[in-house]
Design a protein around this ligand. Structure first.
Ligand SMILES: C=C(O[C@H]1C=CC=C(C(=O)O)[C@@H]1O)C(=O)O
Length: 323
């Protein structure tokens, strides 16, 4: 099953798994796993979601053997990452961890958790799925791409840099977001004569904010999937050079990213949209793993980076319904 809600919409959707169409698919970070949801996109009411009442008790898998990375270990590792960034002259490298949430005997109401996330993040793409013994929920507003089938306009954004809502930007975040903008600009310029780029502005997300630029470009329909495969993973979730940074992530992160920092493709009559899968968590019968990361630069402070991941984890954590 899959429930989802588009950004700025009040309607909830599900996909009935009956037909040959594949309107929604989840792509893992490493692109090796694609989870398809086939059928028609149908609408579903809040009451129907509530009455289905899906609890963590009903999930088939328990959390496999897992050792959570502690603050001191994570910070030690980030010191090594910073050295690596300096040695290789990288502008940034995105490193992530998994925060463990044990239910301690009180099951989670996953349906209510989904609705809480929808309420808390009106500008986000919010989803909840259970399939092939996997269960994930997420809510985030970063667009990897949006293609308008009628006008052939392609939209995307560069989103990076994080600070608490009431703090002021420093050169660290500004320098962290720039490579994302440059990376996207270079790709779009190869596919379009006309690429529009907005000013940089603040993108609010609960207790934190990010730096953001929006792009618009006229493209041809046949290029959409090619552009997406060049864009993913952007330096907002990986780094540049892409393949070098992907390998470095594999070396520094002790657990796989799975669907975290991958993307979700959703197609309807008007658009094909691709949402970056951040602020997400994997749920098991007895515990959940919240996936969080951040862009590390030569200027990073390991302690601040740890705090940033804690703040990002809050985005999901505070909306979990312990029934
Ligand atoms: C990698 C994550 O966030 C990305 C998106 C916005 C800001 C980011 C940052 O400030 O590091 C990251 O690039 C995450 O939330 O796990």
């Amino acid at each position: 099953m899959l429930y989802f809600r588009f950004p700025f919409s009040e309607d909830y959707n599900f996909v009935d798994e009956n037909l040959d169409k594949n309107p929604v698919s989840f792509h893992s970070f490493d692109n090796l796993e694609i989870l398809d949801f086939s059928g028609e996109i149908e609408s579903i009411s809040k009451d129907e979601i509530l009455s289905a009442e899906i609890l963590s008790d009903s999930l088939s898998s328990k959390l496999p053997l897992f050792e959570e990375e502690q603050q001191s270990d994570y910070q030690q590792k980030l010191l090594k990452v910073i050295d690596f960034i300096k040695e290789n002259d990288l502008s940034k490298l995105v490193i992530s961890r998994r925060k463990l949430v044990k239910y301690e005997g009180s099951p989670i109401n996953l349906s209510r958790t989904f609705l809480n996330l929808c309420k808390a993040y009106p500008n986000a793409f919010v989803y909840f799925f259970i399939k092939d013994e996997k269960c994930w929920l997420g809510a985030f507003s970063e667009l990897l791409g949006k293609f308008n089938k009628k006008t052939s306009e392609f939209e995307t954004m560069s989103l990076a840099g994080t600070i608490p809502v009431h703090e002021s930007w420093t050169s660290k975040e500004i320098e962290e977001q720039k490579p994302v903008t440059d990376f996207i600009k270079n790709i779009l310029n190869a596919y379009s004569e006309k690429v529009e780029l907005s000013e940089t502005y603040d993108h609010l997300s609960g207790n934190i904010k990010h730096l953001r630029n929006d792009f618009k470009a006229q493209i041809v329909r046949e290029d959409v999937e090619k552009i997406i495969s060049e864009l993913h993973p952007t330096p907002a979730v990986c780094g540049i050079p892409k393949d070098f940074c992907r390998k470095a992530i594999g070396k520094f992160e002790k657990d796989p990213r799975n669907f975290y920092a991958g993307y979700i493709r959703v197609e309807n009559d008007d658009f094909v949209q691709y949402f970056v899968n951040l602020r997400c968590a994997e749920f098991f019968q007895d515990a959940a793993l919240i996936y969080v990361g951040g862009g590390i630069t030569a200027e990073s402070s390991p302690e601040k980076e740890w705090r940033e991941t804690e703040l990002k984890a809050e985005a999901v954590l505070k909306n979990i319904d312990f029934s």
